[in-house]
Design a protein around this ligand. Structure first.
Ligand SMILES: CC(C)(COP(=O)(O)OP(=O)(O)OC[C@H]1O[C@@H](n2cnc3c(N)ncnc32)[C@H](O)[C@@H]1OP(=O)(O)O)[C@@H](O)C(=O)NCCC(=O)NCCS
Length: 154
């Protein structure tokens, strides 16, 4: 798997993947995102120095997208968020993408850990992050949905 940074040319495909109903059910914001909202979000993302969105390529095809978000808590960390294209799921791409994003996160200066916040009922995602070496760190409720925070510390 190779990653390249997302550009405006990827806005449409990321919007489609983001709005797929099966994936949406597992996201923090489960609502459908409209085109204008997406374009505004995409523009902000491209200009945000603490955020990088990647497109994952496998055998020359775009199979998913993943984002690194830097944040500055007690110690500096990075949050990972991924979506695999609906037609490419269940083939190991989620695990590959998490490993590659984690490697890139630690190339950034001063990063101490990488986290992912996942709905507790998202078995595939929890499984993929666990296989990539993440461990259960915390749990929380947000709007009556249970989430787990998984953390990777080298
Ligand atoms: C979650 C998601 C990223 C997983 O990607 P994927 O490419 O389908 O997953 P993989 O093929 O790499 O499988 C990952 C692991 O989950 C397991 N798995 C896959 N589907 C599963 C399911 N429905 N239930 C339980 N486990 C499942 C696999 O067996 C594999 O386990 P292993 O690593 O121990 O072998 C993908 O389904 C997706 O994009 N979902 C919508 C968005 C989302 O939930 N993002 C995560 C928020 S951070």
């Amino acid at each position: 798997m190779t990653l390249r940074e997302a550009t405006w040319w990827d806005a449409w495909r990321i919007w489609r993947w983001r709005n797929d109903p099966s994936g949406r059910a597992m996201m923090r914001n489960t609502g459908r995102v409209g085109p204008i909202e997406h374009i505004l979000w995409f523009r902000e993302m491209l200009s945000n120095d603490d955020r990088v969105q990647y497109v994952a390529l496998y055998a020359g095809r775009a199979v998913g997208t993943g984002r690194l978000d830097r944040y500055y808590d007690v110690s500096p960390g990075v949050e990972i968020d991924i979506v695999i294209a609906p037609t490419s799921r269940g083939r190991g791409h989620g695990g590959r993408l998490i490993r590659e994003l984690t490697r890139r996160a630690f190339d950034l200066p001063c990063v101490r850990y990488v986290v992912a916040v996942i709905r507790k009922d998202n078995a595939a995602s929890i499984c993929a992050f666990t296989s990539a070496g993440f461990q259960h760190h915390d749990e929380m409720n947000r709007f009556s949905v249970r989430y787990v925070q998984m953390r990777y510390t080298p």
